[in-house]
Design a binder for this molecule. Structure first.
Ligand SMILES: Cc1ncc(COP(=O)(O)O)c(C=O)c1O
Length: 391
């Protein structure tokens, strides 16, 4: 059960913390235990929430991991929070526990490359009927939600920052029994809580903003619905967090409000700088008033996020030169950490898609994706300016 008392920074610091009065510990301890005494006849034994019985085995549940899950749920505002060993395992456990042979999934076409290839190649293979639809068409809402068992989209799409109208999709799904699942990795729970907008499930690559330091791979799922089938799938497939890793992620999660607040500010300043730079062809950031998704973003987001992308005049060759000239900004995949990272999606996040598929969803070869860190905006802008001046 999540605690929703206090603001997000208070919840990030205090929710879920496992304080044992007898020790007086301030920070949750690491329960580095594969197994626990069982049967546990202790009258005050604490239950594993996934089973409702005392802890027995860490693939089912572990106190340190569970403390992290409660912290995540408190930040997300969800009744239940479930952790996974990666964002992809959160997505695949959700799909496999909710979708059966013959069921119909309507998915946005603009997806993280691995999610797209999982839906296209693996879900189709096991008999799930997947239809892809452009985010802009989904946002028009002119389809019959009742034709589908689940609708899936990224709230801010990777890498071109289109914004999904979750309010609209939520209202279309509400009376039809169609479940709405949203990947809110780019937004983070600081900028958006999809369950409040009408989604049934929210998933995250926790590797990004939730842990925030580019040093852990993890995933999270939040829901207010019965999570039994998802716990069961996680138990069967086994993609759980190790307790020590959960501790590291929890430490990072405590500062999410501060980090993302700063990343929102940096992304806005950098987008404005790029929009005015003569070497730049186009900028994709929903916080810009010129962005076609700005109005939808204002209704669905509390902040516009730390991710932006842009095209440099001269295409992929100039983009590669630009990456090689940066000083503080590191060329690397992934995103959401305290350090600014830059990448070409054709080489990393969307390399599993064909050129034709990429172009269909607006990813040109020269598109540059930028993940703003928490550095000083002036230094980041100076770094980008001198790299662009070199071209
Ligand atoms: C939007 C989005 N969803 C899901 C994932 C998968 O997460 P993970 O790499 O933690 O498995 C990623 C990874 O980059 C992502 O960007």
């Amino acid at each position: 059960m999540s605690e929703r008392n206090g603001g997000i920074n208070t919840r990030a610091v205090s929710a879920g913390e496992l304080k044992i009065k007898e020790f007086g510990n301030v920070v949750t301890p690491i329960f580095q235990n594969a197994t626990f005494i069982y049967p546990n006849y202790e009258s005050g034994a604490i239950n594993d929430p996934s089973t409702g019985k005392p802890y027995i085995y860490s693939r089912w549940g572990n106190p340190t991991v569970n403390s992290l899950e409660q912290k995540y749920a408190a930040i997300e505002g969800s009744e239940f929070g479930i952790s996974f060993s990666s964002g992809m395992s959160a997505i695949s456990c959700l799909a496999m526990s909710k979708l059966k042979r013959g069921m119909k999934l309507l998915s946005a076409s603009e997806l993280y490359g691995q999610t797209y290839s999982y839906f296209l190649n693996k879900l189709m293979e096991i008999g799930i009927d997947v239809t892809f639809m452009d985010t802009s068409t989904l946002n028009e809402g002119s389809f019959k939600a009742s034709d589908y068992d689940m609708i899936y989209a990224e709230s801010i799409t990777n890498p071109t920052d289109m914004v999904t109208d979750i309010q609209l999709l939520g209202s279309l799904c509400r009376d039809t029994g169609t479940e709405l699942a949203i990947d809110a990795t780019f937004a983070s729970p600081v900028n958006q809580n999809p369950l409040d907008l009408g989604a049934d499930y929210v998933v995250h690559s926790g590797t990004k903003y939730l842990s925030g330091h580019s040093d852990a791979i993890c995933g999270f799922l939040g829901t207010n619905d019965d999570p039994g089938a998802i716990y069961d799938m996680r138990k069967n497939l086994g993609p759980v967090l190790d307790p020590t890793q959960a501790y590291i992620i929890s430490r990072g999660m405590k500062t999410i409000g501060l980090r993302v607040g700063r990343q929102n500010e940096n992304a806005m300043k950098i987008s404005k700088f790029l929009e005015e730079n003569g070497k730049v062809e186009s900028v994709f950031y929903p916080g810009l008033e010129s962005n076609p998704y700005h109005k939808i973003a204002r209704r669905n987001l509390k902040g516009y996020g730390g991710m932006l992308s842009f095209e440099i005049k001269g295409g992929v060759d100039q983009a590669r030169k630009f990456l090689g000239k940066l000083r503080y900004i590191t060329p690397a995949p992934s995103l959401g950490g305290v350090e600014s990272l830059v990448t070409l999606p054709i080489d990393t996040s969307h390399s599993s898609m064909s050129k034709v598929q990429r172009e269909k969803i607006g990813i040109k070869d020269g598109l540059v994706r930028f993940s703003c860190g928490i550095e000083d905006a002036e230094d980041l802008i100076e770094d980008m300016k001198s790299a662009l001046d070199f071209l």
